[in-house]
Design a protein around this ligand. Structure first.
Ligand SMILES: [Zn+2]
Length: 318
């Protein structure tokens, strides 16, 4: 089956310039060009992508079983959460996780104060209300002098817990009704921070943020796996191979772009989570004058479509 492109999917269920070096002619900085450089993140203006959600593909049990992932979903625990005001308006909440598979601090970028992590909010032995507020397990908003994590006197919201200290999901404090938009996003330093036009990760990240900001709820699972796990050093080597003429497929194989099926990875072998819809992410440059344009990205996207079977259809150019 065709693997999906990184995208938000509704699920139910639960610059720096080295000042020590004197720039020579070759490193002369074109100030004008620099000012025109599009700042990719964050730009939470209304989404211009107008695509209908798609029904996810039917995945057979055999395909599910053959997936090279763990039989059970990893054990994850949310360590801390904090409110992040953004330059574009919506407040987001960053959640940091530890897990049973690697030692990386993976993130959830959450739109909506009322999307709660079970492991974060669960009561822990011996902790005080101050401890709970410090690690982000509070309802509503923090303000100077607040003393109770489980009760926000300003918004009049109170969290409730069962006898085991587990948060009870209630519509007044916890979002649980509608399916929420979810995107599984692999960290891409070059595309998200260094304005790279070799891939469209930054654009996809922004677009997913716009859609979640507009929806009011959503979650980006941000995986700290630069170059899908190969690390920044290997990724830069692969870029050099591309500049030396390496076939885009070879280069993308080095970048580990294939063999990537996020629906299966989200659902797990036992479908603990169910993907109800998926929303295709269409590169902006295909439908408008915005978006990333470069010969490198043309090659990257063509490879995704032609060789990796990504679910995008490039518009026919007449
Ligand atoms: Zn990228």
């Amino acid at each position: 089956m065709a693997p999906p492109i990184e995208q938000p999917i509704p699920v139910s269920s639960g610059s720096s310039i080295n000042s020590n070096e004197t720039p020579g002619e070759a490193y002369h900085i074109n100030q004008e060009a620099f000012q025109r450089m599009p700042l990719i993140s964050p730009n939470l203006t209304p989404s211009q992508t107008n695509v209908s959600p798609q029904v996810p593909p039917v995945i057979s049990q055999d395909e599910r079983k053959a997936l090279p992932i763990h039989d059970e979903l990893p054990i994850v625990r949310c360590m801390a959460r904090a409110r992040i005001p953004t330059t574009q308006g919506p407040e987001i909440f960053l959640h940091i996780y530890e897990n049973s598979i690697d030692n990386k601090e993976h993130l959830a970028i959450v739109f909506g104060e009322d999307i709660r992590s079970e492991s974060l909010f669960a009561q822990r032995k011996g902790e005080s209300q101050q401890d709970r507020m410090t690690r982000g397990a509070y309802v509503g908003k923090l303000f100077p002098g607040r003393v109770d994590a489980d009760k926000d006197t300003r918004s009049n919201q109170t969290l409730k817990f069962d006898s085991n200290g587990k948060l009870i999901r209630e519509p007044s404090t916890t979002f649980a009704g509608e399916p929420a938009l979810v995107r599984i996003h692999s960290e891409c330093y070059t595309g998200e921070t260094a304005w790279s036009a070799r891939c469209d990760c930054g654009e996809q990240f922004d677009e997913a943020g716009k859609q979640m900001g507009l929806a009011g709820h959503g979650c980006m699972v941000y995986l700290r796996q630069e170059g899908r796990g190969i690390g920044l050093g290997e990724k830069l080597k692969a870029y050099n191979l591309q500049d030396l003429g390496a076939d885009t497929v070879q280069a993308n194989l080095i970048l580990k772009h294939p063999a990537d099926d996020k629906i299966l990875a989200v659902e797990g072998k036992n479908q603990d989570v169910k993907v109800t819809e998926r929303i295709p992410m269409i590169p902006k440059a295909w439908t408008s004058t915005d978006g990333i344009k470069s010969k490198e990205i043309e090659g990257y996207l063509s490879t995704k479509i032609e060789r990796m079977g990504h679910l995008l259809e490039k518009p026919i150019q007449i």
